[in-house]
Design a protein around this ligand. Sequence first.
Ligand code: NAI
Ligand SMILES: NCC(=O)COP(=O)(O)O
Length: 332
Amino acid sequence: MTPLAISMGEPAGIGPDVILALFARRAELRLPPFIVFGHTAFLEARAQRLGLAIDVVAAQPGNAAALFGSALPVFNIGGMVEDRPGEPDTGAAGVVIAAIEQAVSAVRMGACRGLVTAPIHKGVLYGAGFTHPGHTEFLAALCAENGVEPLPVMMLAHEDLRTVPLTIHVPIKDVPQLITGRLILETLRVIARDLRARFGLAAPRIAVAGLNPHAGEGGTIGREEIEIIIPALERARAEGIDAVGPLPGDTLFFPRHWRQFDAVLAMYHDQALIPIKTVAFDAGVNVTLGLPIVRTSPDHGTAFDLAGTGKASTSSFLAAIAMADQMTTKSA
Ligand SMILES: NC(=O)C1=CN([C@@H]2O[C@H](COP(=O)(O)OP(=O)(O)OC[C@H]3O[C@@H](n4cnc5c(N)ncnc54)[C@H](O)[C@@H]3O)[C@@H](O)[C@H]2O)C=CC1
Ligand SMILES: NCC(=O)COP(=O)(O)O
């Protein structure tokens, strides 16, 4: 069976802990085979620290499934990575970045089915010269065809609540300038297409939040709704996209309201992520739409405070593996 690819993420964080903890329970959880793109010696050391009796073996995607029953298959990325939980080191950034690059390459070549990324620490990578805001944009760059990048769309998904931030990791002061009719329309196209293709929803219905309090209160508390969002929604509806809005962001996430929709397009990061992390921090999945590959991730970050302790919850990572498995099995 073609394995899933998992990128190791920030070594000072909980990503490696959670991968190892889940691998240790792979039979009980009936996990699909996966191969970790990371550093073998580091993963051995972290497993030992956590008291997990795991054999770590250098592998290739082609033999990962056969090894998975007896040892953790790792596509080794050369470099120096020390087992120092909670103590990030920019010296390991090259391995973290190369792990993502190699994993994407394996998925694009068909050697792996889909990609699950463990969390990276953006501040640490920026300190080492990484210029992409996060995985989402980096993955789009890695998936460029003839120099043209696909529009990557971040979705946080849990059961029937799915939220999408239109603008992602940008300062809040820049948000109004970044909200354009074109970005709204193109994002809605990606959401509608991937809700059909990846989530199997035949007729997706998308709610769109306003930017301003009370969605601008008829233009008296801001005019972005009237000047930008409403015209974009009219164009989307003319293309057959079932988009409703702009709806006030504060009442949209009242369960009776969001349950009427298959996804909510929010205008900025926290408007989209606070609701899902409030109702489903343990089981939310970050899935990137718009890419030619399947990519999922847990909704949490590196949690330096828990790294190396064995106390991190594995639920969200498990949900991310299950979603990648389901999406790639369907399309296989
Ligand atoms: N996909 C990714 O690569 C993501 C990366 N990050 C990055 O992670 C770093 C830290 O971000 P924070 O805002 O501190 O968020 P965080 O999710 O790392 O931690 C927030 C709080 O939640 C707790 N927590 C997180 N995951 C947990 C788990 N599995 N089990 C139990 N408790 C858990 C932490 O202990 C902490 O108290 C940042 O650099 C951020 O950019 C954040 C989200 C996703
Ligand atoms: N807040 C979500 C997050 O930080 C994940 O970003 P990305 O690395 O998936 O782009």
